[in-house]
Ligand binder design. Sequence first.
Ligand code: ADP
Ligand code: MG
Length: 266
Amino acid sequence: MEKKKILQAKEVVKIYGSDPKNQVTALDHVSLDVFEGDFITIMGPSGAGKSTFLNNISTIDLPTSGSVKINGTEVRTMGEIEIGRFRYENLGFIFQEFNLLGTLTILENIAVPLTLKNVSRAEIVSRVEAIAKKLEITALLHKFPDECSGGQRQRVAIARALVTNPKLIVADEPTGNLDSKNSYEILKLLKDLNENEGVTIIMVTHDSMIASYSKKLIYIRDGKIDGIIERGDYTQREYFYRIVEINSQESQDLFYEDRHMMEGKE
Ligand SMILES: Nc1ncnc2c1ncn2[C@@H]1O[C@H](COP(=O)(O)OP(=O)(O)O)[C@@H](O)[C@H]1O
Ligand SMILES: [Mg+2]
């Protein structure tokens, strides 16, 4: 069966800054097709444009030029209300800053996307309880965010992203603040959603081990796609080594640049 293309980014350019002397080209004609069931990780050096790319393909931001279609609809042509509804019906966002609301309990925080969808109180509670169980945070439901640890707050943020059963999860360093045990648990959960529930995932990470759980790696450098590795028939270990390799190329380049600078060469 042919896989459904759920997202198509074509020649996406993002330029920050209106003053021509002070502009940053964060994305330089980036194209990517995402199919239902994909699990893509995005890696690359700091400042390469990873977050910008994620934001520009997921309705958080609009590109300076180029096209982004989600489920065949050009995002640029959608109105604010349509985009809002679309987000809550299709997308789950996981960011490194948890953005939990301090005056709401954990239960209420997780329920936020559902209250925007006009779901009955009883159903909200049962859906929050179900996702909380999956993330092992049931005991936290009546606490407030500042009574929870960083790892617990990240789980809550993930529960909030998943409570609407999104078809596409967009995650920017979702394990960035977590220790390796918590990171692994989150990864297992994302992998399970991808493999058993057909959820499509696009995730930025700087951790090669975490990236090795994905099916495809996009390496971004200087606002461009600089390499793509497909897991394909590789074992996870082989895939992991290829990911380490593409990342170490980057640190070698930096090392040589540094050495040249120290030696006063160009
Ligand atoms: N809101 C912004 N205004 C101006 N420049 C920005 C903004 N956001 C990011 N940038 C710049 O765009 C480039 C890419 O940033 P970003 O997408 O955050 O990189 P990454 O996530 O790969 O670290 C960087 O040079 C960064 O300084
Ligand atoms: Mg970033």
